[in-house]
Design a binder for this molecule. Structure first.
Ligand code: FAD
Length: 370
C-alpha cells in the first residue's frame, strides 16, 4: 500500500539525523522527497554516531555477541566498501585487521576471548609477531591475537560528507533544532502535526519514550592527537573490566575507548574511567605520554534486551534501532532492509535467518514475521 510507485514522489519523514537517519536519507533521496529532522544543529554532536570509534570488527565482537552479528557484520563490511565508493569524497576506510593484546596477568582474559570467538580466521602471535605487525608498541607483550579481516572507518568525516550530500540535494529538506515525535501515523514537529507516506524513526535513544524495551548503555571515549605514535590498525588491550581499544584515525588522531556500563548516567566521563583508558593507552605505547587530549566524552548506545538491532514496522511507521555497540558494523543491514521494504522489494531472507528477531511487522496484533 505504501510502496513507491513510479509516477508519484512519496514524502518520507526521517526522525533523527545521526548514523541511520543520514544513511537512510542518502539511500532514499533519489526515490522520494525526504524530510530529515534532528534536534541538533546538523553537526551530529548529540548522536552516538559522533562519539563512536567506528571499528568494523565482526570477529572481535563475536566473542560477546551471536554468530548472526558476526555473519551479518561480514556482509556489512562488504556493503560499506560499496557505500563509501559511491560518495563524492573519499572517507578513510581500512581493512588492516585488529590486534588483541594482553599483559601476562591478563593472559586468561585473552584465552577466554579466543575461546569465545565464533570463527577461526585469526592468528596467534608471539612477541616477534606483534613487533612485525606493530613495531612501535611496548615489547613486554608476549601474546596476542591478530584478526586480519577487521576494518574501520573515519566516522566524523563520514557524517560530514553525508551531510554535505544531503544539504546539496534538492530532494532533501533537512530541518535542524527541532523536536520530532511520532504521533500515531503522523509526525509532530515542535508540537505541530504533519503527515507523510512513510515515517522512519531513527532517533536512537531518543525513541525511548515510545519503546519501553530500549535502553542506553553508557560508554566513555577519549580522542587524542599523538604525533609520536604510529599504529597501523586498532589495538585492543584485555582489561579485567572491559577490553580497551585504541583506534587510529587519520592525522595521528586516536580514539581510545570505550567503557561499557549498564547505566543511563549522562554525566561527563569519570576520573576512574579516564585513568583506566589513559593508562591502558600509555602501557601500549609510551609515545602517548605527550599526546594532546582533544576530547573526553561520554554517551549512550541505544540497545534492546538482546543487544541486537531491529526494524519494526507498524503501518507507515518504521523504527530502525537497537544498534548498540554495532552501529557502524551493522547499519548497512538495516538500511538495506528498510530500502527494500519501502521500494516493495523482497528483504533478503538470509538476514532473518541469521538474526531471527531483526524484523517485526505489527499488523494490528503484533505479528512477528521473522
Ligand atoms: C562510545 C561509543 C563507541 C562506539 N563505538 C562503535 C564502534 O567502534 N563500532 C560500531 O559499529 N559502533 C560503535 N558505537 C555504536 C554506534 O555509535 C551506535 O550504535 C549508532 O550511532 C546508533 O545509530 P543511530 O542512528 O540509531 O543513533 P544516533 O547515532 O545516536 O542518532 C540519533 C539521532 O537522533 C536525534 N534525535 C534524538 N531524539 C530526537 C528528537 N526527539 N527529535 C529530533 N532528533 C532527535 C539525535 O540528535 C541524533 O542525531 C559506539 C557508540 C558509543 C557511544
Amino acid at each position: 500500500m505504501h510502496a513507491i510507485s513510479e509516477n508519484v514522489e512519496p514524502r518520507i519523514a526521517i526522525l533523527g539525523a545521526g548514523l541511520l537517519g543520514r544513511l537512510m536519507a542518502y539511500h532514499l533521496k533519489d526515490h522520494a522527497k525526504v524530510f530529515l529532522y534532528d534536534k541538533d544543529q546538523g553537526d551530529a554532536k548529540q548522536s552516538a554516531a559522533y562519539l563512536a570509534a567506528a571499528m568494523l570488527a565482526p570477529l572481535a565482537e563475536s566473542a560477546e555477541s551471536s554468530i548472526g552479528v558476526m555473519r551479518l557484520g561480514e556482509y556489512c563490511l562488504e556493503r560499506w566498501k560499496e557505500i563509501l565508493a559511491d560518495l563524492p569524497e573519499s572517507v578513510f576506510f581500512q581493512q588492516n585487521g585488529s590486534l588483541l593484546l594482553a599483559f601476562e596477568q591478563d593472559r586468561s582474559s585473552l584465552q577466554n576471548m579466543q575461546n569465545n570467538l565464533k570463527a577461526r580466521n585469526f592468528q596467534k602471535v608471539d612477541s616477534q609477531g606483534i613487533a612485525n605487525l606493530e613495531p612501535e608498541i611496548n615489547q613486554r607483550f608476549q601474546v596476542g591475537l591478530f584478526l586480519p579481516d577487521e576494518g574501520q572507518l573515519d566516522n566524523r568525516h563520514l557524517l560530514k560528507v553525508l551531510a554535505k550530500v544531503l544539504q546539496n540535494s534538492k530532494s532533501v529538506n533537512w530541518q535542524t533544532g527541532v523536536d520530532a515525535q511520532i504521533d500515531g501515523s503522523n509526525v509532530s514537529i515542535n508540537g505541530l502535526k504533519n503527515s507523510f507516506d512513510w515515517i522512519l524513526d531513527c532517533r536512537g535513544l531518543g525513541s525511548k519514550p515510545d519503546q519501553a524495551d530500549l535502553r542506553g548503555v553508557r560508554g566513555e571515549v577519549i580522542r587524542l592527537r599523538a604525533p609520536d605514535v604510529n599504529l597501523h590498525r586498532p589495538v585492543r588491550l584485555m582489561h579485567p573490566r572491559y577490553p580497551i581499544y585504541i583506534a587510529p584515525k587519520p592525522n595521528h588522531e586516536f580514539v581510545v575507548g570505550a567503557t561499557q556500563l549498564e547505566s543511563e548516567d549522562q554525566r561527563k566521563a569519570t576520573v576512574r574511567s579516564t585513568l583506566e583508558l589513559l593508562s591502558a593507552c600509555f602501557s601500549v605505547h609510551s609515545g602517548f605520554a605527550e599526546a594532546e587530549i582533544l576530547s573526553n566524552e561520554s554517551g549512550l548506545r541505544p540497545a534492546y534486551l538482546d543487544n541486537e538491532p531491529q526494524m519494526r514496522v507498524s503501518g507507515n511507521v518504521i523504527s530502525l534501532n537497537g544498534l548498540y555497540r554495532h552501529g557502524y558494523l551493522l547499519s548497512p543491514l538495516l538500511v538495506d532492509m528498510c530500502v527494500a521494504h519501502i521500494l516493495d522489494e523482497m528483504i533478503n531472507p538470509y538476514f532473518c535467518e541469521q538474526m531471527p528477531h531483526i524484523l517485526k511487522i505489527d499488523s494490528g496484533n503484533m505479528e512477528v514475521l521473522a
